[in-house]
Ligand binder design. Structure first.
Ligand SMILES: *[C@@H]1O[C@H](CO)[C@@H](O)[C@H](O)[C@H]1NC(C)=O
Ligand SMILES: *[C@@H]1O[C@H](CO)[C@@H](O)[C@H](O)[C@H]1NC(C)=O
Ligand SMILES: *[C@@H]1O[C@H](CO)[C@@H](O)[C@H](O)[C@H]1NC(C)=O
Ligand SMILES: *[C@@H]1O[C@H](CO)[C@@H](O)[C@H](O)[C@H]1NC(C)=O
Ligand SMILES: *[C@@H]1O[C@H](CO)[C@@H](O)[C@H](O)[C@H]1NC(C)=O
Ligand SMILES: *[C@@H]1O[C@H](CO)[C@@H](O)[C@H](O)[C@H]1NC(C)=O
Ligand SMILES: [Zn+2]
Length: 936
């Protein structure tokens, strides 16, 4: 193709993957950072001073897997760090949080020695600063620039079950309780494990040794010495018999990527070239081959990324381990990736195809970080979006390579683009990139890991890669050539430098809606806000909320050449849209083909009508991704009062002929909003009737495709849509569906050893049967949950148990979330949100959260609840003035406790509730009439 030919010329100019030599990622877009620190004591500032530079650490840790006499699980540690003085100073600041130190002579918390030919200054005083999480040492003299010093410490910390730092996880195996020690250092918990310079740019080499009970295995980022010379020794420390495992020194790396694990696990392994690949899990899970799928995928995905980055895998081994208690989905520790069990373990007999896809994409995401993120690392957390957005984007490429029949790349539009549009259309959204000095405190750092960073980051990078083409994109990313790229030098048909284009998308919040008027060829853009009245609260942007927009479009089914919109209105200077958009009278135009652009599209009403006619006559002419787009855009444009709500509803009418997953999923996502707003009103019944009529043909289609539910559809997304058909048919009360699901569940209750329900359908079937049933069905589900041997099954039951209509059961279930023997801490947020999703559980869940906020926030552990998800989850249905008042009261009453990583979510909830109130007010009657007229 023309475009790629020009591009390959350009690539000769790039230094092919200069990655290895750079210590930090070159940010692609120059961002002026002003540092406006106020003058305070250095230990009151959250950022480390630039006086010292770590070189290496030597660390020995000993986690105790049984409680001590006080009932406390602890670990003890000994470490030293060697650092260089790079600016003269008489102060040492090093991160430390929740560690108790053994005092050295003179009562100091550490010992300081100089490594060169000089003597180190003596320590004047040393203490712990809790707020900023430092160990502070003031010296009686200055450190010498260029010299190396060693700081020794001995300390004890708690091996708590708080899912952060070096922590404890528990499970039962053959009715024996097992305790393991594992770690979650990212983003700021390494300092909870040993004193360290805990910032991503403070890279160093780590020499790690673990003491652990004999017979257990110790794991870390590198291989243990036994592979080169025997260094697992049985020894006795303080009269306890232990093994000691020493690990090869790491590469120079960031503190947040360390991993330390002691467990009684088994593994399976394979060799890919020189790389040793191992999958670790509970012995039983490995015995039942639940790690096999992950093992099958890892080799190919690593090879894929080696080609993609044009760089070998940087380490000698790749360990991946499934943990019973884990806060995040997975964590990309360099060489030892940790996962929630559901995201790594897979059993073809019990797990669904959705579990399988999740495993593939999450493995690909984490392995992508082994290069991007770990080998090259962001200087500071304000650029998290680049790290996470990139890994999210390429996870689809990696998964697609491993499972080419799935068309998984298309799904990014549903899972990331549409998902984040909903958040980024709020005035309370934020730009991808923040200023470095705005992200300083640990909770601000945690807050960076939101849907904007992951999903908008991925969407915007996908757009960039689409208009640059993939090869130029990868090379540009690694060498930072974008900044200098312009039309003349590259010969590419870009209207501006990549830097200019990307700044608009990265530095300002939100995204545009492009309006195309086919009557006169007029094209314009506008900042898209779900609530048009919130304009007043949107802070100014230096780019005035104008974007440089690539537009791929179709004219009556034929894909046209990409055009660019450069200004607020008009046609840009590349091509004249006026001349392009001259149509014969009855043809339609469709823009943003495959939703590669990060924007929505609106048209004149005539064009909308033509598109609707096309959908109802022959929808297949329109690409499947765009069928999903038309529905999603229409519903959201209606929310923003740019088109009529009935026009949006009209886009769903053709679905009675639609068999594809993406448009259905898109429609259900949008109708879900109608359910949330109206399921407490008279609209509900008419809506149920309409949706039932719509889904019945789909239900019957799958019934016949699967020979009366006895076979599994072949296509990956057909399997998804089969589950959708059952979920929606049952939830709208289609008799045949209810009989089917109740029958299956009953059959299972009669013979618990044989589950007759196909894994793909379990979430839908369990929910339907538990909603239709009572305490007996619920208790059976709960028992099955407790007995489940694979976490993917636990998860399905966990969501289904929230479907019951019995308030007593829902309350009981809510209480379980504060009892980690019943519901693991990692799952508590999800359960509460599932319950809030249920009409009968909405109020119960909200009251539960408000009543327990202080306890959850202060006692239960900041690492346990995802406060952002919790707040947005339990307020989803809020659409009345009393509910808005409740939100304000909640905000006010808990202002002294705080909302931590949920602060932004609370503001968003308030904004969303206000918009909902207005929307319901304005639309209820019209919507009701529409459903009635469509079902009479
Ligand atoms: C240390 O200092 C002594 C005396 O000043 C000198 O002879 C020696 O070479 C120095 N050693 C190093 C390693 O610099
Ligand atoms: C650290 O010291 C505090 C205060 O004495 C104590 O409450 C805590 O239990 C100690 N932590 C450990 C792990 O020993
Ligand atoms: C250490 O002890 C464990 C358990 O008693 C035993 O299995 C292992 O072989 C011993 N290792 C060495 C190096 O002696
Ligand atoms: C893993 O690969 C092997 C060999 O190709 C295959 O037999 C097995 O079914 C695969 N396992 C899974 C869970 O995909
Ligand atoms: C749109 O996506 C589909 C499915 O992934 C693909 O087959 C098609 O080539 C894409 N169209 C364009 C114009 O890129
Ligand atoms: C929706 O469809 C109905 C019936 O086809 C039509 O009468 C109505 O005008 C449409 N509404 C809009 C806003 O296009
Ligand atoms: Zn990531």
């Amino acid at each position: 193709m023309e475009k790629s030919r020009k591009i390959s010329k350009l690539c000769i100019l790039c230094i092919v993957l200069g990655m290895l030599s750079v210590a930090t990622i070159v940010t692609l877009w120059s961002i002026a950072l002003t540092d406006s620190r106020v003058v305070t004591a250095p230990w009151d500032i959250y950022r480390l001073p630039d006086t010292l530079k770590p070189d290496h650490y030597k660390l020995t840790l000993w986690p105790r897997l049984t409680a001590n006499e006080q009932g406390l699980y602890i670990f003890t540690g000994k470490s030293y760090v060697v650092f260089q003085c790079v600016k003269e100073t008489d102060l040492i600041l090093i991160h430390s949080n929740k560690l108790n130190y053994t005092k050295w002579e003179g009562g100091q918390l550490a010992k300081l020695t100089a490594l060169g030919n000089i003597t180190a200054p003596t320590i004047k005083s040393s203490w712990l600063k809790e707020t900023t999480q430092y160990l502070v040492m003031q010296l009686n003299g200055y450190l010498t620039v260029g010299e190396f010093y060693q700081m020794d410490t001995e300390f004890v910390g708690e091996l708590a079950d708080d899912l952060s730092g070096f922590y404890r996880s528990e499970y039962e195996e053959n009715e024996v309780k097992k305790v393991l020690a594992t770690s979650q250092m990212h983003p700021t918990y390494t300092r909870k494990t040993f004193p360290c310079f805990d910032e991503p740019a403070m890279k160093a080499v780590f020499h790690i040794t673990l003491l652990h009970p004999r017979g257990t295995v110790a794991l870390s980022n590198t291989l243990f010495y036994v592979f080169s010379h025997l260094d697992i020794v049985n020894t006795t420390v303080k009269s306890e018999a232990v093994s000691q495992t020493g690990f090869e020194p790491t590469k120079t790396m960031s503190t947040y990527l360390l991993a330390l694990i002691v467990c009684d696990y088994a593994y399976i392994s394979a060799q890919e070239g020189d790389i040793l690949i191992r999958i670790w899990a509970r012995r039983k899970a490995i015995g039942e081959r639940h790690g096999e799928y992950a093992l099958n995928l890892t080799g190919p995905i690593l090879s894929f990324f080696e080609v993609y980055y044009n760089t070998s895998y940087p380490l000698a081994k790749s360990d991946q381990i499934a943990l019973p208690d884990f806060y995040f989905g997975a964590m990309e520790n360099w060489g030892l990736v940790t996962y929630r069990e559901t995201n790594l373990l897979y059993d073809p007999l019990i797990s669904s195809n959705s579990n399988k896809e999740k495993t593939a994409t999450i493995i690909a995401h984490e392995l992508a970080h082994m290069w991007f993120g770990n080998l090259v690392t962001l200087r500071w957390w304000n650029e998290v979006w680049l790290n996470e957005g990139f890994a999210t984007y390429v996870s689809y490429l990696g998964a697609d390579y491993a499972e080419p029949t799935w068309n998984v790349k298309d799904l990014i539009v549903l899972k990331d683009v549409h998902r984040v549009f909903a958040i980024d259309a709020l005035a309370s959204s934020h730009p991808l990139s923040s200023k470095e000095n705005e992200i300083i405190k640990p909770e601000q750092i945690s807050e960076q890991f939101d849907a904007i960073s992951y999903s908008k980051g991925a969407s915007v990078l996908r757009m960039l890669s689409d208009f640059l083409t993939e090869p130029v994109f990868v090379q540009g990313l690694s060498v930072g050539v974008f900044r200098h790229l312009n039309v003349d030098a590259s010969g590419m048909e870009l209207p501006s430098t990549v830097n200019d284009i990307m700044n608009r998308w990265v530095l300002q919040r939100g995204f545009p809606v492009i309006t195309i008027d086919t009557a006169n060829g007029h094209v314009s853009q506008e900042h898209f806000l779900l609530d048009p009245d919130s304009v007043g609260t949107v802070p100014p942007s230096e780019f005035k909320y104008e974007w440089i927009v690539p537009i791929k479009w179709m004219d009556a089914g034929v894909v046209q050449e990409e055009i660019w919109l450069l200004e607020k209105e008009g046609t840009g200077n590349l091509l004249d849209l006026h001349t392009l958009l001259i149509f014969t009278s009855d043809q339609w135009v469709l823009a943003n083909i495959n939703v590669t652009g990060y924007y929505r599209v609106n048209y004149n009403i005539k064009n909308w009508e033509r598109l609707l006619v096309q959908l109802s006559t022959d929808h297949q002419i329109i690409p499947v991704i765009n069928r999903a787009q038309l529905v999603d855009d229409a519903f959201n444009l209606a929310r923003a009062q740019l088109i009529l709500t009935t026009l949006a509803l009209n886009t769903t009418k053709y679905l009675s002929k639609e068999r594809e997953y993406m448009p259905w999923e898109s429609a259900m996502d949008n109708l879900d909003y109608f359910y949330l707003m109206f399921d407490r009103t008279g609209v509900y019944e008419a809506m149920q009737d309409y949706v039932r009529n719509l889904v019945t043909p789909l239900f019957l289609h799958f019934k016949s495709m699967t020979s009366n539910w006895t076979k599994v559809p072949e296509g990956h997304t057909d399997q998804y849509n089969q589950a959708n058909a059952i979920r929606v048919a049952c939830s709208t009360g289609l008799e045949e569906c209810l009989n089917l699901t109740k029958g299956w569940y009953k059959q299972w209750m009669d013979n618990p050893d044989i589950n007759p329900i196909h894994p793909n359908l379990r979430t839908a079937v369990y929910c339907s049967a538990i909603a239709a049933g009572g305490a007996v069905e619920w208790d059976f589900g709960w028992n099955m949950l407790k007995n489940a041997t694979i976490a993917t099954e636990t998860d399905k039951l966990m969501s289904a148990l929230a479907c019951t209509k019995d308030k007593k059961l829902l309350n009981r279930y809510l209480e379980y979330t504060l009892d980690s023997d019943k519901i693991r801490k990692q799952d508590a947020t999800s359960v509460i949100v599932y319950i809030a999703n249920n009409l009968k559980g909405q109020t119960l869940a909200w009251e539960f959260v408000t009543q327990n906020w202080e306890y959850m926030f202060t006692q239960y552990g900041v690492g346990s609840f995802s406060f952002a998800n919790l707040i947005s989850g339990v307020t989803m249905r809020f659409s009345t003035n009393p509910e808005l008042d409740q939100l304000y009261t909640f905000k006010q009453e808990n202002s002294d406790i705080g909302f931590g990583s949920g602060t932004m979510a609370l503001e968003q909830a308030i904004e969303r509730t206000k918009a909902n109130i207005k929307w319901v007010d304005k639309n209820q009657k019209e919507v009701w009439d529409w459903f009635l007229s469509e079902t009479e």
